[in-house]
Design a protein around this ligand. Structure first.
Ligand SMILES: [Cu+2]
Length: 132
């Protein structure tokens, strides 16, 4: 009886240790994955900003929220979010319609002025283009 109980508790201890080892190795692999991603992110930081005449739709916002260009410039918006957005002029001058994740929209600003636009799906997303 005593022997039986002893082997049973030894089994429970072994099982406990096994779970402990698995959870430790799991958290280790997760943290090393995070490190890998961290390295990748910092490696890509140099190109992780919109280029000239380019606006990124990212994190439910237009970036940059104000862009200044000269007349005749074509601006390209790229949807970096995982959800659909639009680039919609407040004065109906232009409207991209739905831009899916990774999609783009371009518009050429011929005349000087300030052009405010928004996302038709998320009205809180507002930005503008200043044309000189
Ligand atoms: Cu939106």
């Amino acid at each position: 009886m005593k022997k039986h109980m002893g082997s049973r508790s030894r089994f429970l201890l072994l099982a406990f240790l096994l779970v402990l080892i698995i959870s430790i190795s799991d958290s280790c692999s997760k943290s090393s994955m995070a490190n890998m991603y961290g390295t990748n992110n910092s490696g890509n930081n140099a190109s992780a900003t919109p280029g000239a005449n380019e606006v990124w739709i990212q994190g439910m916002a237009f970036s940059p929220s104000t862009i200044k260009v000269s007349a005749g410039t074509t601006i390209t918006w790229t949807n970096k979010d995982g959800i659909t957005h639009t680039v919609t002029s407040n004065t109906s001058l232009f409207d991209s319609g739905n831009i899916g994740s990774g999609g783009t929209f371009s518009y050429t600003f011929a005349t000087a002025g300030t052009y405010t636009y928004h996302c038709a799906i998320h009205p809180g997303m507002i930005a503008n283009v200043t044309v000189n």
